[in-house]
Ligand binder design. Sequence first.
Ligand SMILES: [Zn+2]
Length: 445
Amino acid sequence: MSRPTIVVKHAIVMPSDPRPDSFISDGSVVVEEGRIVAVGESDDVLKGYPQSDVVIDGSRSIVMPGLVSAHTHITGDFLRGLTEDIDNHFYGFALPLEDYLTDEISYRIDVLGAIECVKYGITCINDIYHYADSMARGVSEVGLRGVIAHKVFDVNLRNLEHDDYSRDEDQGYQKLKTNIKLIEDWHGKSEGRITCRIGTHATDTCSPELLKAAKEEAVKRNVGIHIHVAQSDREAAYIRRTHGKTSVGYLDGLGFFDENVLAAHLLLANEEDLEIIRQRGTAIGHCPVIYGKVGAYPNLEMMLAKGIRVGLGVDWLSMDIWENMRQAIAINRILDHGKRTMDASTVFHLATMGSARALGMAQSIGSLTAGKKADITIIDRHSAHMAPLRNPLQNTVYYANGGDVRTVIVDGRIIVQDGAVKTVDEDEAVDAAQQAAEQVWSNIK
Ligand SMILES: [Zn+2]
């Protein structure tokens, strides 16, 4: 299917690469057949492209690469407003409630989550959850780019809060088979917007045998792995008790880590653990808003100082990547007693090129660079909360929000126009998701 030629002209352009803080005051961007073909000073760029199907006046806008979430569960939107203020929310409430999801319920919530992503200016997510086939459908229909994995585990998630780690070998292999089917059905589909990974859920929820089998499948099929590592005290204590190691040390002993693995969180990783991650070339997904909610924070500074590939993620409950950028700064400054080690430049990099690199996609997304796929977010800067404006990066990272997102282009297609999603009916999607979530909530005791 042919895609329109799009010219965005006379905007402030923040390409994010080679430097996150570089910008063009009067810049233009040209998209042809789904790819960025020119980025630069308007005077230079527009001469070469006198005609196009779509012209977007950028004179009130800032144009940036589409934001990339390195760790996400869009289906987790069904837990919104239920878990934030309760103790033991994860093992005691969220995981047991996941049991009541179905493929149809998941699909409805996934459409909602995908709409939410694009309206926040996110153009690519890395997501692992139950019913990943439904997720791939929802993500594909909304027009988002997705790296999708099916949640593979061989414990009963309901029993974990009692430290019951009894294994169900058949269940584990069944879920791995479902993940393989997902790869066969979806990897490279929707004109390449959907790719797949193996989704071994976490260090403790998969047996060593299941982890090894999953790793073999990922290598054989040349796909990445998405896993939660060192995310909770319960997990760390279980791995220590059972294997006498940290979560990272244990997985490394299984030969699990390489550059195709993205490990979410590493909340409890020590320096030795991070050194292993660095040596193996493994990437990390970092989700500050969720860490603020649970009251724990990993050593982002050390991860970055070691040169580990780190991407910014929204995790679940909210896809607000703007808030994640700001909390990455705020939490680090509180922990560092005011040292300015984390700044706008660092977190904007994390949300763009950082996440793209973490996903092994730096050649195709993450910056406004000629030749890359046309994933572009355009925000309004002509507002009371964005003006006056001298430094676009500072104003964007510290003051922009989802309501400023006007246009979102994914793979050369305009998905959000004038702040509204074009591909699906948002009103219907909200109603459908509400009904679907209520079906799950009817099981809350
Ligand atoms: Zn997660």
